[in-house]
Design a protein around this ligand. Structure first.
Ligand code: NAP
Length: 265
């Protein structure tokens, strides 16, 4: 995606993948200014470690306690997180309406926090956090609703049994998968898809060429749905601008990613 934008802008820059172990993470990040690298994206398992290590975090990275973008600002390393903004703009572009509505976020890891922030910014009144480890969902709800928080959103921690609670599902405007179920597994947890209203939107943060295990039944029932390719594209475009101080040309990064996934959405 990034290299397609560099080519389109005729910029003599390149985006490369580095495989960095946890053991080498600190040394790799400290080397960025010396190497003249403009910025990096981070993925599992480095996002939380970066938030603990960097002195300069913007408000969003602080709230999420995770960094997916480090910007080399003339030798000073600044941490940002573009996941929530990337997801919010994809949900809006897809026509998902959450104002005063109710959403179910499945998962309580880093991606789930971004999803809750996006739901909160879209005006959701209530989010049920359904997670395998209920205590983790409860911790997340507490952290998000600290007395210092200005967000007015009700967060309800539940276990995965919430996904078969027909009364709960009957009111959902959005059911979003922010777990890694379906990434390495071929099955998703039991979920009563038919109990959701016909306009309920199903969104999977996982993206791949074929429908994900979470989305298969939603598609079969004709529910509106999308996978996380749009979020990935949006957070990539935001990162490109942070690294290069110029926006990528409209649609170029999207086209490159969808071509790689062998589909046009
Ligand atoms: P994480 O912090 O490791 O959290 C993983 C979550 O998945 C936890 O809630 C965990 O539950 C749950 N989980 C894992 N295996 C499970 C299983 N077998 N059964 C039930 N629950 C299970 O990971 P993350 O960073 O939040 O990422 C989550 C997903 O979002 C990943 O698939 C990632 O690829 C995707 N993502 C996509 C984008 C994008 O741009 N589209 C951006 C960020 C992340 P427990 O708490 O019980 O362990």
């Amino acid at each position: 995606m990034h290299n397609a934008a560099y080519q389109a802008l005729r910029m003599d820059r390149v985006y490369l993948a580095f495989h960095v172990t946890s053991q080498n993470f600190r040394a790799a990040i400290h080397a960025l200014p010396a190497l003249g690298i403009l910025g990096v994206n981070l993925t599992v398992p480095h996002k939380e470690a970066a938030a603990r290590m960097l002195k300069h975090l913007n408000a969003e990275a602080k709230l999420l306690r995770a960094v997916n973008c480090i910007i080399n600002d003339r030798g000073e390393l600044r941490g940002d997180n573009t996941d929530a903004r990337g997801l919010e703009s994809d949900l809006r572009a897809l026509g998902v309406e959450l104002r005063s509505r109710f959403a179910i976020v499945i998962g309580a890891g880093g991606a789930a926090v971004s999803a809750i922030l996006a739901c909160s910014r879209m005006g959701a009144a209530r989010v049920v956090i359904a997670n395998r480890t209920r205590a983790r969902a409860a911790n997340l709800a507490r952290r998000f609703q600290s007395p210092h928080s200005s967000r007015r959103i009700e967060l309800v921690p539940r276990g995965l049994e919430a996904l078969t609670d027909a009364d709960l599902l009957a009111d959902a405007a959005l059911v979003l998968n922010a777990t890694s179920m379906g990434l390495t597994t071929t099955e998703f947890a039991p979920l009563d898809y038919a109990a959701t209203p016909s306009e309920c939107f199903f969104y999977d943060l996982i993206y791949r060429a074929e429908p994900t295990p979470f989305l298969r039944e939603a598609i079969a029932l004709g529910r509106p749905h999308a996978d996380g390719a749009g979020m990935l594209i949006n957070q990539g475009e935001l990162a490109f601008e942070l690294f290069n101080h110029v926006a990528p040309p409209e649609g170029v990064m999207r086209q490159a990613l969808l071509e790689r996934l062998s589909r046009i959405r």
